[in-house]
Write a protein of this length. Structure first.
Length: 176
């Protein structure tokens, strides 16, 4: 396990490739703990995105603080919609003296929609569950604002492969 105290925060809409980059980073950075809204929501039976959003956000925040309190490096993929929510996370980063690297993943909406449709087909074929299955809702979610601090590194996942993005993130991490 690494002894460096860092947090990599991945920011992006659904289908931008966060999960793909997460998997590669977790492979390349042993001992890093993933705090992911998407992972946590499936631990709640009968999860409903509208009803349970606040609960899962609260659980993610509590888990994040617990992991930081124990000086474990973090890969954070949490839904932070406002500057106020961001400041709460940032206060934990500062309290436990972590380095923070924030990365936003983007892609054109047409690419995201194509990936969404593919995700639906894959889930249907594999018999797995995904939280958003309605195309109109997916498109609506693409217009929902979320807080992105200034100065974050931005990578277009329609241009760069997840492995290339992960390598760039690790290079940036090594410079912290």
């Amino acid at each position: 396990m690494t002894t460096k105290k860092f947090i990599i925060r991945l920011i992006g809409y659904s289908c931008t490739g966060k999960s793909s980059v997460e998997k590669i980073l977790l492979d390349k950075l042993p001992g890093v703990y993933l705090v992911s809204y998407d992972s946590l929501k499936w631990n709640l039976s009968n999860y409903d995105r509208d009803r349970d959003l606040a609960l899962i956000k609260d659980i993610a925040l509590g888990l994040f603080e617990s992991v930081c309190r124990n000086s474990v490096p973090v890969l954070l993929s949490a839904y932070i919609s406002t500057e106020g929510e961001y400041e709460v996370y940032k206060s934990i980063v500062n309290k436990y003296e972590y380095s923070l690297l924030e990365v936003r993943l983007t892609a054109p909406n047409e690419v995201l929609l194509s990936r969404f449709r593919e995700r639906i087909k894959d889930a249907d074929h594999a018999g797995t569950k995904i939280s958003v299955t309605d195309e109109a809702l997916f498109l609506k979610n693409l217009s929902k604002p979320f807080f992105v601090p200034s100065g974050v590194n931005v990578y277009d996942t329609s241009i760069l492969k997840p492995a290339d993005i992960a390598d760039r993130i690790i290079d940036l991490l090594n410079k912290l």
